[in-house]
Every structure is written in C-alpha cells, then in structure tokens.
Design a protein around this ligand. Structure first.
Ligand code: BV8
Ligand code: ZN
Length: 254
C-alpha cells in the first residue's frame, strides 16, 4: 500500500514532457523505498544510520575484513529477496513507451528497474546481483552462481570474489559514466527521483543537464541538496508521483 497523495502537477511541466523527444531519469535509493528496500539516509530505516558505509562500502574495508563486508552485502541481498518493483519503477518503464528516446540512469544496485522491464539501464554503481574477482582477473558471475563460501574464491585465480558494485573511493565504470553524461547533456527533460544528491559524480549530473538546457524535475518527499537548482519540485513519493505524472502527460485513450 503506497501512502501519500500526488502533488499538483504544473501544466508547463506536463506540456514540456508531452512535447519532449528525449527524456532521461536519474534514480537513487528512494525509488526503491516503496518496495521495502531501506535507503541509505532515511534515519529510521537507512543503512547509513545502522552501518558506517566507510567501514563497509570501500576497498580497504574489504581488504581488511572480506567476510565482514561480504556478510553485509549478503544481508542486503536477503532484504532484496522479497522486493518487487513498485508503481514508480513501472511508471518509468512506461515512459519509455511514450517518448522517442528515454535513458534510465540509476545509482541503485538492486536490479529493480530491470525487474520492472526497463531496458538500456545505465548502472552507475554496479549491481548487487553480480560478483567479480577482487584481483581484477576478469571473472564476473551471478552472485547466485557463486559458491556459498563467504566470500567465495575466484575459480580462475583464487582471489576472493567481491560484489560487483562501485565502492567509495573507486572510480565509476567509465562507459557508464560517459553514457550518463551523454544522456543528461542531450535530454529535453531530466527526472531526478529518490536521491539525496550527495554522492558524486552522480550528483553532478543534474547540474550538467540544466547547463545544457534540460528541464530538471525533482521527485522526492523531502528537500535535497538539489532542490534549489531544479525547475520543478514534485514533493511526494515516487510510487505515487510518477504514475500520476505519466497519467497526466499521456492519458489513456478514451
Ligand atoms: C569517486 C554502491 C573518485 C555500493 C554507492 C567530498 C566531497 C564530494 C565528493 C567526495 C568527497 N569525499 C569523497 C567523495 C567522493 C565520494 C562521495 O561522493 N562521497 C559522498 C558521501 C560525499 N564518491 C565516491 O567515492 C565515488 N567515486 O568519486 O571516485 C575518487 C577516487 C579516490 C578518492 C575519492 C574519489 C563512488 C561513489 C559510489 C559509492 N557507491 N553504491 C553499495 O550500494 O553498497 S553509493 C550509495 O549511496 C548508493 O548507490 C547511492 O548512490 C548512495 C545513496 O544515495 P541516494 O541514492 O541518494 O540514497 P539516499 O539514501 O542518500 O537518499 C534517498 C533519497 O530518497 C532521500 O532524498 C529521500 O528523501 C528519498 N526518498 C525516500 N523515500 C522516497 C524517496 N524518494 C522518492 N520516493 C520515495 N518513496
Ligand atoms: Zn580472479
């Protein structure tokens, strides 16, 4: 049951979106909140409040204590086991059917956009469903196929396998970052959904979009570091606002 009412949708935004040839979306942990996946910052449930990510989501933490870091990710995967895409994920998948070009960029590692049917997703921070060799020999596998050891070893070189996500102080995958930058620089409308906009370089993308002439929209129940720099703020939960925005912009045929 998704709580909350859709805020008023500015007519100028609906018309801009309806006329848009290229639309991009940048999502963060908030888009999965209504799927029951805790976000990093929401104090009452946020992982950030429970664990210090610098103790967990960094290469040095993994080097220092691979099992501790591996167990944290295994616990997060458990949380995801029952998670399903929510109406916000499905609304984003629907936008792709209404506009000539739609690019979905996500900071999330939960795979819920894929599960909702979105395609061509730019995963800036990797995906918790995959593991890769921590020595970088090239082994990549589905987490589900890895041995149950904690953490399992690379079959090729014997090093530990690690979650295929981008840790703090690690570079983002160059191809993903380049695709995201290209998408935001060439879009008519950028929807920024469910992100506190505090993790870089992802947090720089909306500013690049605005500099290149895009209409930037924030969809978030709370103010963020970005709120003062966008054209439209839709203050509400993604699972309510996105379906309302899609229905108002592309009403079903009578
Ligand atoms: C890099 C994968 C070069 C792992 C993640 C000082 C200043 C500026 C930058 C830095 C700095 N010091 C260090 C840096 C760089 C650092 C960074 O930005 N740090 C931050 C904390 C300041 N960045 C990096 O390290 C990046 N790499 O820069 O390399 C380099 C090299 C060497 C040394 C330095 C730099 C790598 C960043 C990637 C980290 N990996 N994820 C994993 O998941 O375990 S980031 C992780 O946290 C998530 O992926 C996500 O991206 C991020 C959390 O952010 P959000 O998605 O925004 O989620 P959050 O919980 O914060 O907010 C949720 C929002 O949803 C809230 O606004 C809430 O209101 C809203 N919400 C809640 N419910 C709903 C909702 N919205 C809509 N609907 C709802 N229902
Ligand atoms: Zn290896």
């Amino acid at each position: 049951m998704i709580r909350g009412r859709a805020p008023a949708l500015p007519l100028a935004l609906v018309e801009r979106l309806r006329a848009a040839r290229t639309v991009a979306a940048l999502t963060g942990a908030g888009v999965s909140a209504e799927s029951g996946v805790p976000t990093f910052r929401d104090a009452q449930t946020g992982l950030w409040a429970t664990f210090d990510p610098t103790q967990l989501a960094t290469p040095s933490a993994f080097a220092r204590n691979p099992k501790f870091v591996w167990d944290w990710y295994a616990w997060r995967r458990e949380l995801l086991a029952g998670a399903r895409p929510n109406p916000g994920h499905h609304a984003l998948a629907a936008i792709a059917r209404h506009v000539p070009q739609f690019r979905l960029i996500t900071q999330n590692v939960d795979g819920l956009h894929q599960a909702a049917g979105s395609a061509g997703i730019v995963e800036l921070h990797g995906n918790i469903g995959r593991v890769r060799c921590s020595r970088g020999c090239g082994t990549v596998a589905r987490w589900a196929d890895a041995s149950p050891d904690e953490p399992p070893r690379c079959a090729t070189c014997g090093a530990f396998l690690r979650p295929d996500v981008v840790w703090f102080e690690e570079m983002l995958p160059p191809a993903a970052l380049a695709a995201a930058e290209d998408a935001v620089r060439h879009c008519d409308v950028l929807l920024v959904i469910g992100t506190a906009a505090e993790v870089y370089p992802a947090a720089a993308l909306p500013h690049a979009a605005r500099q290149c002439g895009a209409t930037v929209v924030e969809i978030n129940p709370r103010p963020t570091a970005l709120s003062d720099d966008v054209h439209h703020v839709l203050r509400g939960p993604a699972g309510v606002v996105l379906p309302a925005l899609v229905a108002a912009t592309w009403p079903p045929p009578k």
